[in-house]
Design a protein around this ligand. Structure first.
Ligand SMILES: Cc1cc2nc3c(=O)[nH]c(=O)nc-3n(C[C@H](O)[C@H](O)[C@H](O)COP(=O)(O)OP(=O)(O)OC[C@H]3O[C@@H](n4cnc5c(N)ncnc54)[C@H](O)[C@@H]3O)c2cc1C
Length: 391
């Protein structure tokens, strides 16, 4: 089976990738300490990212985005992972979990209203699925949407919502009926952040990823029009969430490989120059073994995530391969970052040393968009179901 023709030609994509790499390495890397200490991506970097089209790199060109496909998305994420993950998070929800729900499931009117401001970065979209007690198992969510004439009235609490403190639009998952034989009864709505009854909580104090913000969002008698029901159907929500999350897993896997590459480069640079007893620590074979394990993980992860993206593009596997890639690459990045701290010795534990930041930042990648345990359930359960279907 051949790959579909991408929206973006190879030449144009090479240029986008080169510009992104240059932006990351020459403009953002030198500002990492500032992002960390200010807990904010500086406005001038945000403006540059906006001008480069990064808020809409995965939004189709007909809606004002760059139109990268998932294979190209992976190459871009490998670059974005090389610096503070807050940079990617700033436009990650627009391109990923939130934006893809609209791209995949919105009506033409909904796309026309929202996708262009999302693609340009004039609007920030947040994906509001997780609730207390409904994270790994979102089918148990309790936020309710009740029909009232032409409108819907939404009540409920969401937690850990990325970009909520700066969001203009929430993609809100809410139950319209109890789960039954027809499905989980979950719909998804477009809720502008300034709708009366939407309350954004204080910014969460997180372990890492300074500059990337999350918070609770509470919906109290939030009234929205019938035209805000995504896809015009009450039964789209759960499928939309699962599809968007599965695609996002490939992106997160690539991001993890990018971070691991940076941790490796920092480790090699340190090992080649730092000395003990007058000799470079890179001369010690046990240090070389750590570098070898890091390099092996990075190369394996990169090959795996590229393969998973090809399988997605060809519609060969949109369920097991994304979970395999996320599971392996995010666990690998955790191990590589841990080894990076080890290679640095005491310096690796000090604020301001890149590997200390990376160690904390990549920890999140094993938690959101499905924990490692959930990926294992998807992979293992999927394999067994495939075997049973073949009987
Ligand atoms: C910084 C950050 C940003 C986030 N951004 C967003 C966002 O933008 N939008 C959004 O909707 N959500 C977001 N989330 C939520 C995130 O997706 C959830 O935290 C995650 O899915 C885990 O859910 P939970 O926190 O409820 O943990 P739980 O589901 O309670 O998990 C606790 C432990 O139990 C395990 N576990 C749970 N169920 C099973 C099972 N069936 N079998 C085996 N083990 C199981 C888990 O793997 C984990 O180890 C974010 C979270 C964080 C921390």
């Amino acid at each position: 089976m051949t790959s579909p023709v991408p929206d973006v030609s190879d030449d144009d994509f090479r240029e986008i990738l080169a510009q992104t790499r240059k932006f990351v390495r020459t403009a953002v890397v030198p500002r990492e300490s500032e992002i960390l200490s200010e807990d904010k991506v500086p406005d001038d970097l945000r403006d540059q990212a906006k001008a480069m089209g990064l808020f809409g790199y995965a939004i189709p060109q007909e809606w004002g985005g760059l139109g990268l496909n998932i294979v190209q998305d992976v190459e871009l994420a490998l670059e974005l992972g090389y610096t503070s993950l807050a940079l990617r998070s700033m436009f990650g929800t627009n391109n990923g979990i939130a934006g893809q729900v609209l791209v995949g499931f919105g009506t033409d009117e909904q796309k026309a209203r929202w996708l262009e401001p999302i693609a340009t970065g004039d609007a920030v979209a947040s994906f509001a699925l997780t609730e207390p007690g409904a994270g790994s198992n979102p089918s148990g969510l309790k936020t309710k949407a009740v029909r009232d004439g032409q409108d819907w009235v939404i009540n409920g609490n969401k937690q850990y919502i990325t970009n909520a403190p700066v969001a203009d639009l929430f993609i809100v998952f809410a139950r319209t009926r109890p789960a039954d034989d027809n499905g989980p009864g979950i719909a998804v709505f477009l809720v502008p952040a300034d709708t009366p009854g939407v309350e954004i909580g204080a910014k969460d104090a997180k372990m890492g990823q300074e500059g990337a913000w999350t918070s609770d969002v509470t919906f109290t008698d939030v009234r929205v029009g019938g035209d805000t029901l995504i896809g015009g159907s009450e039964d789209i929500g759960y499928r939309a969430a699962m599809t968007s999350l599965a695609r996002g897993r490939i992106h997160i896997a690539a991001l993890a490989v990018g971070s691991a590459q940076r941790a490796l480069d920092e480790s090699v640079g340190y090992a080649a120059t730092a000395t003990q007893g007058g000799a470079p620590i890179g001369g010690f074979q046990l240090v070389q073994a750590m570098l070898a394990d890091q390099q092996t993980g990075v190369l394996a992860g990169r090959a795996l995530v590229r393969d998973a993206a090809q399988k997605w593009l060809r519609n060969e596997d949109r369920r097991i391969a994304p979970s395999v890639a996320k599971l392996f690459c995010t666990e690998m990045a955790g191990k590589v970052a841990d080894l990076a701290v080890q290679v640095h010795g005491g310096a690796g534990y000090m604020r301001g040393v890149p590997v200390e930041r990376i160690y904390r930042e990549v920890r999140l990648l094993r938690l959101y968009e499905g924990t490692s345990e959930i990926q294992r359930l998807i992979i293992g359960g999927g394999l067994v179901r495939e075997a049973q279907r073949a009987l």
